[in-house]
Design a protein around this ligand. Structure first.
Ligand code: SF4
Length: 340
């Protein structure tokens, strides 16, 4: 797929030299490299920007510094460490993957590509990143940033996503070097993130500007910036029962957003929380943005003098407010609880 006159080694050598002098070598996951650290960072970086990930990565590694320490974590504890980062399926997959590593891999982090790719949440690109960064083996990657660099570099305009990905994987395999794989992999991800940006790529300072088929010609990003994306709006009503010290939360089981997180009771499932016994009532309204959805939250706060038994089959708990960091919950819910 790559044009015959292109020399694959040139791209990787340019990327490697650029990474050594201008790459983001100080990012926290680029120190104390281990398969475990690379795995956690790569999962967090899926669909989330670097600056958002940094505090979550540091907190996760502080609480669970090693694979051994993660073996002891419950699913709730893993999701709690993810609270606020979004896309919670990633946290559930980390939990599932560590259970598989514990039982099927004798507690050893997998060392080959196929075993990694078979774990929940790890696709070909993430497995390639772990192989090349943690084990320094030559494997191609194709995350969103690398896709953008390589599609511009090779001027791939295929409209069908599956055909386009196939072509891009081919290019990625062809340009991935045997030597310097650690620097190349980090470098090409950085290049896509900070130079070859979706809008207005900075071709002037790009190390590929002499070999890239799209150098100084990218206009689609400018057009795309003018397209306003309208997100669907969803109204959700919650009832949050609380006392001086506790809040009543339910584990959400619907397979939609916020699946497995702890939330207040959602209308119309009132779980027989009786308003009449509450000592005060108040309603808070908030908007909250998810990636593909805008939520209009209405939270009815019911204050009680003491906790009470709730008749429901749904998993629920009166959680001490001082313990809420141990439970996964969406950022706006946590913020409201902390304000009570
Ligand atoms: S030259 Fe421009 S379009 Fe090509 S990879 Fe670099 S930043 Fe992207």
């Amino acid at each position: 797929m790559i044009s015959p006159q292109k020399d694959n080694l040139i791209l990787s050598s340019f990327v490697i030299d650029w990474y050594k002098s201008q790459g983001r070598v100080s990012l926290p996951w680029r120190h104390n490299i281990s398969p475990y650290n690379v795995w956690i960072s790569e999962i967090m970086l899926q669909q989330t920007q670097v600056k958002t990930v940094i505090p979550y990565y540091l907190r996760f590694l502080k609480e669970r510094p090693s694979l051994e320490s993660l073996f002891e974590a419950t699913e709730d504890e893993v999701i709690a460490l993810w609270s606020g980062l979004g896309f919670y399926r990633r946290a559930r997959n980390i939990f599932k993957a560590k259970e598989i590593i514990k039982t099927e891999f004798n507690k050893q982090f997998p060392k080959n590509f196929d075993d990694l790719k078979a774990l929940p949440g790890i696709g070909a690109s993430t497995a390639g990143a772990i192989m090349s960064i943690a084990y320094q083996k030559s494997y191609p990657i194709l995350d969103a940033n690398v896709k953008r660099v390589l599609s511009r570099y090779s001027n791939i305009n295929e409209q069908s996503p599956s055909k386009r990905d196939k072509q891009l994987w081919e290019v990625s395999r062809e340009v991935t070097p045997m030597r310097g794989i650690f620097e190349y992999t980090q470098g090409i991800m950085d290049l896509g993130s900070i130079i070859c940006k979706p809008k207005e790529p900075d071709c002037v300072v790009c190390p590929l500007n002499k070999i890239c088929d799209s150098a100084f010609q990218v206009k689609d990003g400018l057009k795309a910036s003018k397209i306003l994306k309208v997100k669907p709006i969803r109204d959700i009503q919650f009832t949050l029962a609380y006392t001086n010290s506790h809040v009543l939360l339910f584990k959400r089981e619907e397979k939609t957003f916020w699946d497995s997180l702890w939330l207040p009771s959602e209308y119309p499932r009132m779980h027989k929380i009786t308003k009449s016994k509450s000592s005060s009532q108040q309603t808070i309204r908030q908007k909250h943005q998810l990636t593909h959805l805008e939520l209009n939250l209405s939270i009815n706060l019911l204050r009680y003098n003491k906790v009470f038994k709730v008749k429901t089959n749904a998993e629920h708990r009166w959680i001490n407010k001082s313990d809420i960091d141990r439970f996964g919950m969406p950022a706006p819910v946590k913020k409201i609880i902390l304000s009570l």
